[in-house]
Design a protein around this ligand. Structure first.
Ligand SMILES: NC(=O)c1ccc[n+]([C@@H]2O[C@H](COP(=O)([O-])OP(=O)(O)OC[C@H]3O[C@@H](n4cnc5c(N)ncnc54)[C@H](OP(=O)(O)O)[C@@H]3O)[C@@H](O)[C@H]2O)c1
Length: 352
């Protein structure tokens, strides 16, 4: 069967890496949706659409009449958690409804959620969290999206599934949530200023148990859900992380060695405040190492780094469910960080 996937949010850290994965697997025709156009070569069709605008979505998506799979990984950040709900639900509805109406052969819709559904961003929560644990006190936009999808599927020929990753790591630029670029840019700026590599977050976060999700592993799991749309993945939610856990205090020395820097103790700062005036330093680094010209704003999102490094409680979810369902892939998080730093270096985005 020909498989035709629409990747909604195709330029994000999740969507972009999913497209790379599906292209490498072969057997997938792909259509990517986002407002921007890609600044890289791709065999996929890209549609520039504003999914907050229902009219624009209907106009641009109505010709998609042979889609078999939708992978939804779009995201709109808003200043407060409560404000995330309306735009993020609207983008899901405005993409799935027109495509489902135009494509009678639709088999599966996959939604990317996140561990924040358990309240992992709010404070200590039950660990390891399991998929059938209740959400935190609503509102939560993943919850709204999942409830809508569950109801939208009733009576249809297609099935749905959802993944819940934690702090997705991988190559992408201009996205508000990418801890790998934040670490590497923070290290490069520290080095340029002659400073050692210090952990900039809370001491409790340095010590606590944490977990992350490699975007490549997430992509593999999303494809696995699509290929098991009528079986183990049908209408199911899965926690997807690397499956291991770590403490920043144990990986930080490895980062210092990778960046060839001396290490020092924790020094808690607000990266949002302290990195705000470092654009000139970054531009100097770009000049000195003849790097690709990626703007400072695009390369690191300091509020996200403050959030991750301020998480001074254990963040653990169970991945037993997906493993028992048949997806067994896993990643060593320490190796993943170093591999991704190197990928950014190889693409000449970060200094060696
Ligand atoms: N990254 C993480 O660490 C992480 C962890 C757990 C869960 N998640 C969840 O995974 C989902 C995807 O996250 P992500 O990190 O991949 O997001 P991202 O990097 O910010 O990417 C978002 C994508 O959505 C597109 N988009 C945004 N507004 C749009 C609009 N109005 N119309 C069309 N496209 C639009 C963006 O492209 P344009 O800007 O060009 O439109 C981009 O392609 C989110 O629900 C997020 O909460 C992420």
């Amino acid at each position: 069967m020909t498989k035709k996937a629409v990747i909604v949010g195709a330029l994000g850290v999740i969507g972009r890496n999913l497209m790379d994965h599906l292209a490498a697997q072969g057997g997938w025709e792909m259509v990517g949706l986002s407002r921007r156009k890609p600044d890289f070569e791709s065999e996929a069709e890209f549609i520039s659409v504003d999914l907050l605008d229902r009219g624009d979505a209907e106009e641009k998506l109505r010709h998609l009449n042979d889609v078999t799979h939708i992978f939804y990984a779009a995201f709109q950040a808003r200043p407060s958690w409560a404000e995330h709900g309306a735009p993020n639900l609207a983008m899901l509805v405005n993409s799935v409804e027109p495509i489902a109406a135009a494509s009678p052969g639709l088999r599966h819709v996959h939604l990317v959620e996140g561990n924040k559904i358990y309240g992992s961003h709010l404070g200590p929560f039950k660990t390891p969290a399991k998929e059938d644990d209740p959400p935190h006190m609503l509102p939560n936009f993943y919850w709204d999206q999942e409830q809508w999808l569950r109801e939208a599927q009733v009576g249809r020929d297609w099935t749905w599934s959802a993944s819940r990753p934690q702090t997705v790591c991988g190559f992408a630029l201009g996205n508000p949530m990418n801890i790998t670029t934040c670490i590497a840019v923070y290290a490069a700026i520290s080095k340029e200023l002659g400073l050692p590599l210090r952990f900039p977050g809370k001491r409790g976060a340095y010590e606590a148990v944490y977990q992350v999700t490699d975007s490549k592993l997430l992509a593999e799991s999303m494809e696995w859900c699509a290929l098991n749309a009528d079986g183990a993945a049908a209408n199911e939610v899965f926690n997807i992380t690397n499956t291991d856990f770590f403490r920043w205090k144990n990986v930080w020395p490895k980062f210092a060695a990778f960046f060839d820097m001396p290490m020092d103790d924790v020094q808690t700062i607000s990266l949002t405040d302290f990195m705000a005036d470092k654009e000139e330093v970054w531009n100097k680094i770009v000049e000195k190492h003849n790097l690709e010209r990626v703007s400072y704003k695009e390369i690191a999102a300091w509020p996200f780094a403050d959030y991750v490094f301020g998480t001074d409680w254990d963040v653990m979810t169970s991945t037993i469910k997906v493993r028992q369902a048949g997806f067994h892939n896993c990643v060593d998080s320490e190796e993943m960080f170093l591999r991704i730093f190197k990928e950014f270096q190889d693409r000449n985005v970060l200094p060696r």
